[in-house]
Ligand binder design. Structure first.
Ligand code: G3P
Length: 209
């Protein structure tokens, strides 16, 4: 029973629609009616500025991190590394699904990247650091946050399977699944990139000079 309650708690935690509540609470608008229409950190950065974008990024990442830590309420797993990791992954993905389909915001949430990032920090900070490196490199080269998110997510299973050679089948399947999930949530961005219509962030723009 505890599993089900904690899974629901992780989903409810992930469902906290930070970008929607910030935009409605402080600006009287719904972020989903502006910019890319996404209820995430990037669109908040775009519409409400870097301070609020960073705030949403931190809160949305914390949701994934804290969801993973809910597994600590199940001490019976503490002696079994693989089972403990798997239950952390399950609670983390509940939070990511909550972020994408939030019960507190009509099931119209974000694309899951920040919450997924928090999840990976909670499980494997080195993997999170490696994926951040890919994200920043692609962002520097292209200035597309969406493409950076997609490639960093695709790098996640590569790190798990090839570089860190993780010996846990569930974790391997999980890593591939979340990479596919991020591609799915970025379908509109991919379409815009292919049409040359995707937004670029205005950072690193001195490279154009
Ligand atoms: O994490 C979301 C980001 O990859 C894309 O956001 O607002 O440009 O669709 P956005």
């Amino acid at each position: 029973m505890n599993y089900v309650l904690l899974f629901l708690a992780a989903y409810c935690l992930g469902s906290i629609p930070t970008a929607v509540w910030v935009s409605k609470g402080f600006f009287g608008i719904d972020i989903r009616d502006y910019g890319s229409g996404n209820a995430g950190a990037t669109n908040t950065f775009r519409v409400l500025g870097p301070r609020w974008g960073s705030f949403v990024m931190i809160c949305d990442s914390l949701k994934g991190f804290l969801a993973v830590k809910l597994a600590l309420f199940l001490p019976q797993f503490a002696d079994n590394d693989i089972a403990f990791l798997n239950i952390q992954l399950i609670f983390g993905i509940a939070a990511v699904l909550g972020h994408i389909f939030p019960v507190w915001a009509n099931f119209r949430g974000g694309k899951g990247v920040a919450t997924l990032f928090g999840l990976v920090i909670g499980i494997s900070p080195w993997t999170a650091l490696a994926c951040s490196g890919i994200f920043l490199l692609v962002l520097y080269l292209t200035r597309f946050v969406s493409l950076s998110s997609i490639l960093a997510s695709l790098a996640f299973p590569v790190f798990i399977l090839v570089i860190f050679n993780v010996d846990n089948h569930f974790y391997r399947v999980f890593a591939v699944a979340v990479a596919l999930l991020v591609i799915l949530t970025h379908q509109k961005n991919i379409g815009r990139i292919l049409k040359g219509a995707e937004n670029k962030v205005p950072i690193f723009k001195n490279r154009d000079r």
